[in-house]
Design a protein around this ligand. Structure first.
Ligand code: NAD
Length: 708
């Protein structure tokens, strides 16, 4: 079967239907482009009046072929591939007859670029349909003419936003932005509108091929754009800290393209495309956020042999911050939720959280009153344990207290069916210990959500010593059912995410103790690519909580007869707590808070005098990243982590580990295990044993292998 099927109608209009054999979606491959080239040959025949480019799959075209891109090793390969695609597209738009893209599904990346080369784009008016240039999210730039045509169609500023931010556009928004021609209410109407457009425009030409063409809003040297170009790079740097070369390359391609004719701009774009394809950053992003994430979505960490199950009735114990959030996301996924707290008032307050979120969504036009009411009707706030009868899963999110958790476990299990799963959302207490309160520990599991639950994409699933594979499979299915990404870890103090996240924050605190200026620590955190700097972050999670968890750990380890070695950063947290500066919730921590405003507490440098010689910023950045990478490798070595992909995806989605590095273990791969181990040893000699590389990293260094 051909990649593009051609049908010539009685009206002389050729319909080219993209339908790549053996693939679930259309992607830009050589076969697809050859099919389009063949369509152009037919179009040139006398009697053929125009061409409709459409798709035989659910999407229009989902973008470039990542498998093919991943194999490129020299810059000539991406450059040539991109130019080859563009030669076909240029021919398509200049051959003299009208070509219309009829789009009834997603048109993303290379898919949108195909459509942009057409003389008109008519799109099914379906709000879930996505259009956009998401390449930047994988460290790439649109290499099929996207920067060139968008800047000529919607202007340089909008093109910068579409390509530089990589967001999705609904058909309505795309129409308002100006990169599609019209909307159609149904698929039939879509094809009819395409035919009508061809009939009305027998000699279609692109705006940029008209003699009097002007860039909407001005070209790169116009006064308005000169102003934009004066600030765009600094805005981009503020967001990405210069860690994402694709953003700079996109800006350069659009800027330079804005001084050139279409064909020269196309060549410039292909050069930047080649630079992006070979960058370490894009390798990191593609490895983790494409291959890794897709593997997790397909169930890489789910035990095989258990039928996929769906939760129909969920119990949530504790209607506080986390419980209310969990109830909300579950109800949103169509699940009936029993939301239980100690008083009806507290349970109702949990439900009110969803009401508030949905009221805002309705106000902003993102939902309707009917949808809101239907979702709210699925949440049943209560104090009665009997209401939990029939739940397939119960998640407890009560106070972080062993006794309280044990109590609710027993009470819930008394009314649950024998097959039901009981999960704890604890952030610090080992699951195996909590399962002691359970009459059936094989059905007991950890489902660690992150705050705010509605926004955070990850759930860390914790397998206790007695948790069965079937329970794990059911936990995994539930996490996917509510649209979150699951990683699976074994039970241990702090699990994976809290433990490694802690090393980032505490390293920052340790630096303060050594006399590094607080401002330098904060800049280093941002420059490392972390979403928030260490001291600010410690304020958010609260210093008193950190001290409480450390004291609890110390007690627990003593009870197990194990030694407790405190991170040097903890002394800083203790000292601030003693001074009553326990973090943001008290309005005083490393920062002083006044409303939304905050600034570093001036007393900090008196408490921790700044050393006369300050280390270079690069060294601080490096230390913050290496601390997390070493601890992640240790988690894998100790069997807390079960896979490299869980480590990488979990670090980015869980606590925002710099995505440009592709996750904590990919960070080691990119540096190279040998160099990493040598460097970690140097840091260990200077700052302490916490930097000592674990055996797995040493083995990779010795064997020249990588974390895979
Ligand atoms: P919270 O204090 O906001 O809510 C706890 C709720 O549990 C309160 O509404 C309380 O009334 C209720 N509760 C207490 N005892 C109860 C009982 N016996 N029966 C029924 N309800 C009871 O706390 P939170 O921040 O939502 O945290 C809840 C759990 O989630 C804790 O285990 C915490 O460690 C964990 N967690 C918290 C976060 C976070 O960022 N806050 C993140 C991950 C996990």
């Amino acid at each position: 079967m051909a990649a593009v099927q051609l049908t010539l109608g009685d009206d002389g209009i050729l319909v080219a239907t993209m339908d790549l054999p053996g693939r679930p979606m259309n992607v830009v491959t050589d076969a697809l482009m050859e099919g389009i080239a063949a369509a152009l040959t037919r179009l040139a025949e006398p009697g053929v009046k125009g061409l409709i480019l459409t798709s035989g799959k659910a999407d229009f075209c989902a973008g470039g072929d990542i498998d093919r891109m991943s194999k490129w090793t020299t810059p000539e390969q991406p450059f040539e591939a991109s130019m080859a695609m563009k030669r076909v597209l240029r021919q398509l738009e200049t051959q003299g007859k009208p070509v219309v893209a009829a789009i009834h599904g997603h048109a993303l990346g290379g898919g949108l670029e195909l459509a942009l080369a057409c003389h008109a784009r008519i799109v099914l008016d379906e709000p879930r349909l996505k259009l956009g240039q998401p390449e930047v999210k994988l460290g790439l730039l649109p290499g099929g003419g996207g920067t060139v045509r968008l800047s000529r169609l919607v202007g340089i500023q909008a093109a910068l936003q579409i390509c530089g931010e990589g967001g999705d556009f609904s058909p309505q928004k795309a129409l308002a932005t100006g990169f599609i021609t019209a909307l159609a209410p149904s698929r039939e109407a879509l094809l009819q509108a395409a035919r009508d457009w061809i009939a009305a425009n027998p000699k279609a030409r692109q705006p940029w091929d008209q003699p009097k063409f002007r860039f909407p809003g001005g070209d790169s040297k116009s006064p308005a754009m000169a102003q934009l170009w004066a600030i765009a790079p600094s805005i981009a740097f503020g967001k990405g800290r210069g860690l994402y070369p694709a953003v700079q390359h996109i800006m350069s391609a659009i800027f330079e393209g804005g001084l050139l004719d279409v064909d020269s701009a196309s060549v410039v774009e292909s050069r930047y495309f080649a630079a992006c394809c070979l960058s370490q950053t894009s390798r990191n992003l593609i490895g983790t956020l494409w291959y890794g994430l897709n593997a997790l979505k397909k169930g890489a960490s789910r035990p095989a042999g258990f039928e996929a199950r769906k939760v129909t009735k969920l119990g949530v114990l504790g209607a506080g911050m986390m419980g209310a959030g969990i109830a909300h996301v579950a109800a949103k996924a169509g699940i009936h939720v029993v939301l239980l707290d100690t008083t009806q008032e507290a349970a109702d307050k949990g439900k009110a959280h969803t009401q508030a979120l949905l009221d805002t969504a309705v106000k902003r036009g993102r939902s309707t009153p009917e949808k809101r009411d239907a979702l709210l009707a699925r949440i049943h706030p209560t104090t009665a344990y009997a209401d939990l009868a029939g739940c397939d899963l119960v998640i407890e999110a009560v106070f972080e207290d062993r006794e309280v958790k044990a109590g609710v476990t027993r009470q819930a299990e008394a009314v649950l069916g024998t097959g039901a799963v009981f999960a704890s959302n604890t952030s610090t207490l080992p699951i195996t210990g909590l399962a002691k309160a359970s009459a059936r520990p094989a059905h007991f599991i950890g489902l660690h959500f992150f705050s705010p639950v509605e926004k955070m994409p990850l759930v860390e699933i914790i397998v206790g010593a007695q948790t069965s594979d079937e329970t794990l499979a059911r936990g995994f299915d539930f996490v996917q059912q509510i649209g979150k990404t699951p990683i699976v870890v074994n039970d241990a103090r702090g699990f994976y995410t809290s433990r490694v996240f802690g090393t980032y924050v505490l390293e920052g605190l340790a630096m303060l103790r050594e006399g590094v200026h607080p401002r330098a620590i904060e800049v280093a955190g941002l420059q490392a690519g972390m979403p928030m700097p260490p001291l600010a972050l410690q304020d958010e999670v609260s210093l008193s909580l950190a001290v409480h968890v450390a004291d609890q750990t110390k007690k627990d380890l003593a009870a197990e007869g194990k030694a407790y070695e405190e991170h040097p950063g903890m002394a800083v947290a203790r000292q601030l707590c003693e001074a009553g500066r326990i973090g943001r919730k008290a309005g005083r921590g490393f920062y002083d808070y006044e409303g939304d405003d905050k600034h570093l507490w001036p007393g900090l440098t008196a408490m921790f005098p700044t050393a006369a010689t300050q280390p270079p910023l690069a060294e601080l950045v490096d230390r913050l990243l290496v601390a997390q990478a070493v601890e992640s490798a240790r988690c894998l070595e100790e069997g807390v982590l079960r896979s490299v992909v869980d480590a990488n995806v979990g670090s980015i989605f869980g606590w925002g580990f710099a995505p440009c590095h592709g996750g904590t273990l990919q960070f080691i791969n990119a540096v190279g295990a040998r160099a990493f181990v040598a460097h970690a040893r140097e840091l260990a000699a200077r700052y302490g044993r916490r930097f000592e590389p674990p055996a797995n990293a040493i083995a990779h260094a010795r064997d020249g292998t990588r974390f895979e």
